[in-house]
Design a binder for this molecule. Structure first.
Ligand code: PLP
Length: 415
């Protein structure tokens, strides 16, 4: 008997909230690269946003130990207390000004399925239909999609190469005035330092200037900052990492700081992130987590506890390698006068303006397609990051791969 009979194949219409929400461009590109490779093509893949280093041994051993000790029951929805306390200590160390007067405690932390879920939950807890979500561009491509899913409206705030891709105070002020005059509520400002995709970083003064605008704006009571600090440990020393609240401690009750182990400990697949948030919103975040995922995998939490115990120097060699790769990419791409490459201060991406290398009428998406089909190099086009005319190269790949990919890139552009 055919149970499908009577059902029309075209009957499914997704819920309205799915309208205009895009699939992740990086995941789609990776699938295309895998397909080309399966067909025997020698493709250099410079699209991935994950470290190519191994998970620390201590984390692996802690996971095995947790399994053997049957530490695999449901945990509290917000995470195991030991891990939450460790995360609170980590953020306090990054925010000494705040720590001195009002430190974070385990109760302020929710351990999430990667930083991604922490961001998503924050939006769901804060955004009402039609609220404005302010996003400096270029941005991590999931922010606008998540804002849409939370019924918010994205307002894109431009930043410039010449200004290090730093959101300028005047730009923020203008955006807040626009919200006020159009009668909409400015609810969220995303900040991401070091940035994916540009590698730009905010200094303490850059953040301070933005904090001052927020404090004197009509939205001082409504606007929340989501400070995405996932690349905090991958910095090259040109600008010191500054956590947003270290620069603007008065905003403690309006900021959610997001971080995780995907980048700093190369633990992408373990899916461990967290939010650090003030008490006013904490119970909403815990409720969202309890009713959606019940909390994250217990074994991954025990592994994370061990990873967080490792001194920062454990990862010094990875940073050295990232720096070496960055310098190689900049040196090779710098050979072409048609490319304008931003020198990243943190994270592991090179953001390249390719307008000088595009054919007439070609956009960065079409350029990336040509680079893939003719040059056999996969990069991510800038448009999904809000950066048309640019492409993103990941240098989470070994030197040999990077050399080959970048040389092919320059050859294609100069041909
Ligand atoms: N935020 C930024 C800026 C990212 O680049 C990423 C991952 O690429 C995330 C958040 C999500 O990280 P996670 O793997 O912890 O969910």
């Amino acid at each position: 008997m055919n149970f499908q009979s009577g059902l029309s194949k075209s009957a499914f219409v997704p819920a309205r909230r799915m309208e205009g929400v895009s699939e992740s461009a990086t995941l789609r590109l990776n699938a295309l690269v895998q397909k080309m490779r399966a067909e025997g093509e020698d493709v250099v893949n410079l699209t991935t946003g994950e470290p190519d280093f191994d998970v620390p041994e201590a984390a692996k051993e802690a996971a095995i130990d947790a399994i053997k000790k049957n530490r695999s029951k449901y945990t509290p929805a917000a995470g195991i207390p030991e891990l939450r306390a460790k995360i609170a200590a980590r953020i306090n160390a990054q925010q000494p000004s705040l720590q001195a007067v009002h430190p974070w405690t385990a109760a302020d932390i929710v351990v999430t399925n990667g930083a991604k879920q922490a961001i998503f939950q924050s939006l769901l807890a804060l955004v009402d239909e039609g609220d404005q979500v302010l996003i400096p561009a270029p941005y991590w491509l999931s922010y606008p999609e998540m804002a849409k899913l939370a019924s918010g409206k994205s307002m894109i705030l431009p930043t410039l190469f010449e200004e290090g891709y730093i959101l300028q105070a005047a730009e923020l002020e203008k955006a807040l005035q626009n919200c006020a005059s159009s009668g909409t509520r400015a609810r969220i400002l995303f900040l991401n330092s070091p940035s994916n995709p540009t590698g730009g970083m905010y200094s303490r003064n850059d953040f301070r200037r933005l904090g001052d605008i927020i404090l004197k704006s009509p939205f001082a009571q409504d606007l929340w900052v989501i400070s995405d600090e996932i690349y905090d440990r991958i910095v090259y020393g040109d600008v010191a990492f500054c956590s947003f609240l270290e620069a603007c401690p008065e905003l403690r009750d309006r900021v959610i700081t997001v971080n995780g182990l995907s980048k700093s400990a190369a633990m992408t697949g373990w899916r461990v992130g967290w939010s650090v948030a003030p008490p006013s919103i904490q119970s909403s975040l815990v409720t969202l987590q309890g009713q959606s995922t019940s909390g994250i995998n217990s074994v991954a939490q025990w592994a994370s506890l061990a990873a967080l115990d490792l001194p920062e120097e454990t990862f010094a060699d990875q940073i050295r390698q990232y720096r070496e790769r960055r310098d190689l990419v900049l040196a090779i791409l710098g050979q072409s006068g048609k490319l304008r490459v931003f020198s990243p201060l943190g994270a592991f991406y090179a953001w390249v303006d390719v307008r000088g290398a595009c054919r007439t009428g070609e956009d960065s998406g079409q350029f990336s397609e040509r680079l893939l089909s003719d040059g056999k190099v996969a990069v991510v086009p800038g448009d999904p990051f809000g950066g048309s005319g640019c492409i993103r190269i990941s240098f989470a790949a070994n030197l040999e791969t990077l050399r080959k990919g970048c040389e092919r890139f320059v050859r294609l552009v100069e041909a």
